[in-house]
Design a protein around this ligand. Sequence first.
Ligand code: ZN
Length: 235
Amino acid sequence: MHTTALVLFSGGQDSTTCLAQALSKYERVETVGFDYGQRHSVELQARLVVLQQIRLQFPQWAQRLGEDHVLDLAVLGQVSETSLTRDTAFKMESSGLPNTFVPGRNLLFLTLAAALAYRRGLQVLVTGVCETDFSGYPDCRDDSMKAMQLALSLGMDKRFLIDTPLMWIDKAATWALAEALGGQALVDLIIEHTHTCYLGDREHRHDWGYGCGQCPACELRARGFVAYSAGLPKP
Ligand code: ZN
């Protein structure tokens, strides 16, 4: 039986939904985030607010929610030239990948998370990676996750499970999953406090939350929310 989990938690919509699912599924849940010199510490700030709001609004989850860890990954800035860590504009490369892409970033995240989970005695690694809303990130694919699960379990001589609740669902279904897990209160919490926008915009408030409304992350989030809302029964 798997009863303990470590959630890779960025403070965005996806990882917040994954966290909610982990809290309804596992008895003890810890969180880990990565500080790799993001241009906007908005993301790291959002993590703390979301954790605080979950503790406040969901007492049944609060008692399962353990320590939060933030690992310093400044080294990512040394191996990448991306618009997340430098002052260049977000754009799509000819490879079809956004220039925010850091090759193998998720593999690195998972390796560090597994080392932390090993030390903390946690069995499951939960991550919000997804193949459905295709973002072009090969290290988010299901096969990559299965290979990592095997490599980490063998390499650390400990059986890890990588749990990917969003792998086969789209953004509309991710909103619906949040509603199923925590009702309107969780949907509202995600709208108000999670952060997705690549530009770090917390000025412009939309139905689906804060963001510039233009970048690919905002577009995906907005489109998903519209589709999710359209599927709701009319008041
Ligand atoms: Zn944006």
